[in-house]
Write a protein that binds this ligand. Structure first.
Ligand code: HEC
Length: 138
């Protein structure tokens, strides 16, 4: 094999290790802030009963409910074992965030929250947000 290729491979492996190491305590870093540029991103899926229904179905099908609970309060069967706890979607803390911010969090994940950006299409993620908006505590 070409020596340059071997060197590049070693460097990439070292970088991956560094990222894995530095990435580990991400969920211990306090409040989960969205980058400013992501906050202003607008939903590509307008609010409609169809979008809400599709979002609700995805939340069940993808087992978001295992952690976030059937009613989105962050009290699913998997929640007890997790630190930090799954977000309560009905809370002011979540509902006060912009669509763009929530979209970024669903896409990126953090700690026990999986990154859904590679599994769910953009449309699916926006549909989920339309559903989450219906859960706002009255
Ligand atoms: C394995 C458990 C788990 C699963 C499955 C899971 N989540 Fe989460 N989720 C979490 C945890 C834990 C957090 C809090 C992460 C943090 O604060 O660092 C979180 C945070 C979030 C937030 C951030 C709320 C906010 O405004 O801060 C959203 C939105 C969210 N999850 C949506 C989803 C959706 C949608 C799915 C399914 C497609 C899903 N989650 C599946 C555990 C999970």
């Amino acid at each position: 094999m070409n020596r340059h290729v071997v060197r590049a491979g070693t460097a990439a492996a070292a970088l991956l290790l560094a990222v894995a190491y530095l990435g580990t305590p991400a969920w211990a870093q306090g409040k989960w802030e969205c980058p400013a540029a992501e906050k202003s991103k607008k939903s590509a899926v307008p609010n409609s009963p169809q979008a809400v229904a599709a979002g609700k179905k995805l939340v069940t099908d993808k087992a978001c409910t295992a952690c976030h609970g059937e009613t989105g309060k962050g009290d699913g069967p998997g929640a007890a074992a997790l630190t930090p706890k799954p977000a309560n979607w009905t809370s002011a803390a979540v509902q006060s965030e912009s669509d763009g911010c929530i979209f970024w969090k669903i896409s990126t994940g953090r700690g026990p929250m999986p990154p859904w950006g590679t599994t769910l299409s953009e449309t699916e993620r926006w549909q989920i947000i339309q559903y989450l908006r219906t859960l706002k505590a009255k």
